[in-house]
Each structure stands twice: as C-alpha cells, then as structure tokens.
Design a protein around this ligand. Sequence first.
Ligand code: AMP
Ligand code: ZN
Length: 114
Amino acid sequence: MDEKDCIFCKIVRKEMDSKVVYEDDEVLAFEDINGRAPVHLLVIPKQHVANLEEIGALSDTVTKRLFEVSSEVARQHGVTEGGYAVRINNGSDAGQEVFHLHLHVLGGKRLGMP
Ligand code: AMP
Ligand code: ZN
C-alpha cells in the first residue's frame, strides 16, 4: 500500500472526510469511524509509515509527538482522570487493517486486555 492509495494519507490530504480533533504540521488526530468506546480517536503521523517496523523513518520529535498528542486529545475529551488506553495493532495477527501507523486512544468505559 503506497501513499496514493492509503486511506489515512487521503485523510491527511483532505481528500477524504474525517472528524479532526487535533492537527499540526506533523500529527493528525481524528475520530475513529467505527468507535468501540465512548471516546475512540486515532492519532497518526502525517508522514506515511506502515507500522512500527518502519518507525525509524520518523524523526524522534514526531515519534514523541504521537504520544503527547494522544495525551492532549484524551484530556480534551475528558478521559484523563478516568484513564484511557493507547493501543497499536501491529501487523495482521494484531488485527491491523490500515497499514498507516496509528495510535488508538480509547476511553470512557472500562477497558480490558483483549
Ligand atoms: P486497525 O485495526 O488498528 O488497523 O484499525 C483501523 C481503524 O481505522 C479501525 O478502528 C477503523 O474503524 C478505522 N477507520 C477505517 N477507516 C476510517 C476512516 N475513513 N475514518 C476514520 N477511521 C477509520
Ligand atoms: Zn498513509
């Protein structure tokens, strides 16, 4: 999957609609289209990397920003106190469907391990 056909790259380029909750030059956060918790957001680098196997292509700054933005959008959505999960499904056994690295930010209900 290259950047041309990647749905998250299309969201970054605004060729596809999404409910953006945070954006800067390097990171975008938007609502998951199929929310599985009262708060279910996706945090992505704007640069296309498939998953953790390619994380070396991201700068240290962007890698850190992914976690900082996860914390910021969680706070924005009122789940900091109750707690939230930040999850990466990496590869097919983990259920990764979109091969553009993304952090799921899930909150607003009791979350267990799968
Ligand atoms: P994963 O299984 O970790 O690859 O998760 C991919 C996530 O992307 C799923 O939770 C989907 O509901 C979500 N998703 C797929 N297409 C879109 C889209 N166009 N806008 C927002 N979220 C999407
Ligand atoms: Zn992409």
